[in-house]
Design a binder for this molecule. Structure first.
Ligand code: IMP
Ligand code: MG
Length: 176
């Protein structure tokens, strides 16, 4: 089997959409400080690129919640592997996700953070695959809604590979 990546969203398309999302987020938060919570590892690239476009004061924090293993099937088991190093009580919080698939990871994460009493808790995701949803959750801000395909690049991986691609592409497995 040979892996092949078919481009779905170019670097330029993503950059343009992030510009628009930053504008929408400015309408949401204005000049108030926002803590962006990057969900490791997939959201690293979108977090950094979006953060550079945000106009209000931004702080960055990181969380790791487990979802997929090395394959392409969700385990349904979600647990916190790395927690925030600050208290979000009373803060404007923006969860940044790479993709919402089944929605299990995010639902759990949102509940956990809501419990810590942020002033506002919003969710931005680069990609949304609504066809695959098993729990009721939606991003407050979505970059692109995509069909049910396994995608890599721009932070997204397959067995830890492809995160560094500057675009998003569909991963195909071709016969040799
Ligand atoms: P969920 O809990 O099923 O929504 O899982 C979300 C997580 O699964 C994402 O944050 C990704 O890390 C991973 N994931 C879901 N779909 C894809 C995909 O198409 N490519 C790569 N990773 C994916
Ligand atoms: Mg993720």
């Amino acid at each position: 089997m040979k892996e092949r990546v078919e481009v779905m969203l170019t670097a330029e398309e993503i950059d343009k959409r992030l510009e628009e999302l930053a504008e929408e987020l400015y309408k949401e938060f204005g000049d108030e400080p926002v803590e962006m919570i990057c969900t490791l590892k997939g959201a690293v690239v979108v977090t950094v690129d979006l953060a550079k476009k945000m106009k209000m004061p931004v702080s960055l924090n990181f969380m790791s919640v487990s979802s997929y293993g090395d394959g392409t099937v969700s385990s349904g088991n979600v647990n916190v592997k790395l927690d925030l190093d600050d208290d979000i009580n009373g803060k404007n919080v923006l969860i940044v996700e790479d993709i919402i698939d089944t929605g299990r990871t995010l639902k759990k994460l949102k509940e956990l953070l809501e419990f810590r009493n942020p002033k506002k808790l919003k969710l931005v995701t680069l990609l949304d695959k609504p066809d695959r949803r098993v729990v009721d959750i939606k991003g407050d801000y979505t970059g692109f809604t995509i069909p049910d395909a396994f995608v890599v690049g721009y932070g997204l991986d397959y067995a830890q590979k492809y995160r560094n691609l500057p675009y998003v592409g569909i991963l195909h497995f071709d016969e040799d």
